[in-house]
Design a protein around this ligand. Structure first.
Ligand SMILES: Cc1ncc(COP(=O)(O)O)c(C=O)c1O
Length: 396
């Protein structure tokens, strides 16, 4: 038989966060212990899914909710998501849908909007799923830059200069993966103004919404303008510590006449994939409306880890880092003569510290960064930063 050739569209699919893990796995096979500062999965560290939400899934299975569920999601979960969104100031909610992770929600939301060759404004640096999904749809990422000198806030002039007649929407990741920035109300209002002027839909990825430091407030974009067509994404993976359940939601809001046809198309795609994971959906109401005390101890630990990360990185020569205000990532800048990809590989082989290179998220040409996940314990973080410091002193 002739060799089976994959579709050309797969060539554009890159996901640096997992691709780099292949290198670490080689080391693991040789029984070398790797310090993982690369993966945004709290369960891999000392965080646990709250027991009451685990119990609610068991209970749902025991009650027999093991068949297919409704395409948009089970009623009590949809209602809980809706009232949580209203509590965050989102009005004009048209449709709430539950999906297998924000990852699936993004695929469906983008598939319902973009034709081949159209483009989506995507922040650089960005969580790499967006460009990967666009490659599958044969649509284009249209990068706008986040401004490192302004705490990684979006650069409004850059956004406006990138809009063309094939631009359909803009993505906001707030709080941000990979920079940890939390956008100001002023920035969001200005982006909304641009979106209205150019008829752009907004995809606001707010999966880290309750993970913010220093009394910062993470504002839902949709809450600032009830008429703007927005899908707000949230989910169980980060705030509710259940990433393996693959459970999330999208909230479509805006003026109903403007979004009616899009909503119908999106719902068609939601029906075509039958439903999201059914029994897990019974955890949503207890998570959003029940005991949320896990967040207090989680935030205490994360706050200390954020402070260590920020302090230690800025004390290392040739590294500088903007203070993360939300999520659990830092995106330090490197001032070194080799590429950030080479840096990450060399660091891994020599010190067994695993981080992801900035190029995997997109960055200003000529700049070099890497992403640090500060979910590990203080002890592991300090050990990793000691090794990083020694590595930098030795080589640069
Ligand atoms: C900004 C952002 N959006 C979406 C996701 C994926 O979320 P989910 O686990 O719900 O698919 C992640 C995962 O790291 C993320 O950082």
């Amino acid at each position: 038989m002739k060799e089976i050739t994959p579709a050309l569209r797969t060539e554009g699919v890159k996901y640096a966060i997992r691709d780099i893990v292949l290198l670490a796995e080689e080391l693991k096979r040789e029984k070398v212990e790797v310090l993982h500062l690369n993966v945004g999965d709290p369960i891999k560290f000392d965080f646990e899914t709250p027991p009451h939400i685990i119990d609610s899934v068991y209970a749902a299975m025991q009650k027999g909710f093991n068949g297919y569920g409704p395409s948009l999601g089970v009623e009590e979960a949809v209602d809980a998501i809706k009232s949580d969104a209203q509590g965050r100031g989102i009005k004009n909610i048209c449709t709430v849908f539950i999906c297998a992770g924000v990852s699936e929600g993004i695929e469906l939301a983008l598939a319902a909007l973009l034709n081949r060759g159209e483009n989506l404004l995507v922040p650089y640096p960005c969580y790499p799923l967006y460009p990967a999904v666009l490659a599958k749809l044969e649509a284009e990422p249209n990068p706008y830059y986040l401004d490192e000198d302004k705490g990684w806030e979006p650069d409004l002039n850059d956004i406006e200069s990138k809009i063309n007649n094939k631009t359909r929407a803009i993505v906001l990741v707030n709080p941000s993966n990979p920079t940890g920035a939390v956008y100001s109300q002023e920035t969001l209002v200005n982006i909304i103004e641009l979106a209205r002027r150019y008829n752009l839909m907004v995809f606001s990825d707010e999966i880290y919404n309750d993970i913010v430091y220093d009394n910062k407030k993470s504002i839902s974009t949709a809450s600032l303008n009830p008429d703007l067509p927005v899908i707000t994404f949230g989910g169980m993976s980060k705030v509710y510590l259940a990433p393996g359940w693959r459970l999330a939601w999208g909230i479509l809001s805006g003026e109903s006449e403007t979004i009616k046809k899009y909503d119908q198309a999106l719902q068609k795609l939601l029906r075509a994939r039958i439903c999201a994971n059914h029994p897990e959906q019974f955890a949503i109401q207890p998570a959003l409306q029940g005991d949320r005390s896990h967040l207090v101890s989680m935030m205490e630990r994360l706050h200390r880890r954020r402070d260590i990360t920020y302090r230690r990185l800025n004390s290392i020569k040739h590294i500088s880092c903007v203070k993360p205000e939300g999520a659990f990532y830092a995106f330090p800048r490197l001032d070194i003569p080799i590429s950030d990809e080479e840096f990450v590989k060399k660091l891994l082989y020599e010190t067994k510290v695993l981080v992801v290179h900035g190029g995997g998220f997109g960055q200003h040409p000529g700049t070099k960064h890497f992403r640090v996940v500060f979910l590990p314990s203080e002890e592991i973080l300090n050990k990793a930063f000691d090794l990083l410091e020694g590595f930098m002193e030795k080589h640069f």
